[in-house]
Design a protein around this ligand. Structure first.
Ligand code: DX5
Ligand code: ZN
Length: 221
């Protein structure tokens, strides 16, 4: 089943709880949570206190995308904070296998992500260990950028490899996804669409409804 994961990086943090409720009311199932450390990427977003707080008020699936150096240092803390899925970057971690296994052993679904500049084959050695691969389609670290068209072929190559090996791995696409390009991205092989600015800008609930309808229509074809 295809899903939308709205990214709270684009939320109004003075109304975060209210906005998460709107996502639930509109039929959302997943929440994308971008954690940045100012080292792996230039920007700093937020960390454990925010995730702890929203965990108390929401039953959505928490899809945590770690844009931090040496993520192996914090796996337990993210499990305690309430992450359901924990995705680490292939460029950030020197001990991918151990860290992915640890994520699973703590009851979370492991994911691996890669920058737009990294060849998609870099994640192939980890496909047996993950539930999802997150393909970055803008420069990692900031919302509101334009989708990099050259990344579409990476989505297809990844999907082909997963299909060839018959693995239960979802393809998640993150960056610059909007109502206009989402169908092409689904066609390329995406299962999960992350969207920040295009979902949160303007009428959040209305945008959610439109995104989810487009996904359902596409799946119905
Ligand atoms: C960027 C983040 C994305 C970001 C997407 O590094 O990983 O999840 O929030 O935002 P938009 O949809 O605005 O490109
Ligand atoms: Zn993200």
């Amino acid at each position: 089943m295809m899903t939308l994961a709205p990214s709270i990086l684009a939320a109004d943090f003075s109304k975060l709880g209210e906005q998460i409720t709107q996502i639930e009311e509109a039929g959302g199932s997943m929440l994308h949570i971008d954690v940045m450390d100012g080292v792996f990427v230039p920007s700093i977003s937020f960390g454990f206190p925010i995730i702890h707080s929203i965990r108390k008020m929401s039953k959505l699936y928490f899809d945590v995308h770690l844009m931090i150096t040496a993520p192996e240092r914090y796996v337990e803390e993210f499990a305690e904070a309430g992450a359901d899925g924990l995705t680490i970057h292939v460029e950030a971690c020197q001990c991918m296998v151990d860290t992915l296994e640890k994520i699973r052993s703590l009851g979370m679904e492991p994911g691996v992500s890669l920058h737009p500049q990294t060849p998609v084959s870099a994640v192939f050695p980890y496909l047996d260990l993950v539930d999802r691969v997150l393909v970055m389609t803008v420069n990692t670290g900031f919302g509101g950028q334009k989708y990099i068209e050259g990344c579409t072929k990476k989505i297809t190559m990844l999907k082909d490899e997963i299909t060839r090996r018959n693995l239960p791995v979802s393809v998640e696409v993150d960056g610059g996804v909007n109502r206009e390009n989402m169908t092409r991205i689904l066609e390329a092989g995406a299962d999960i669409l992350v969207s920040g600015s295009s979902v949160f800008k303007g009428d959040l609930k209305g945008n959610m409804t439109e995104f989810l309808k487009t996904i359902r229509d596409y799946e119905g074809d």
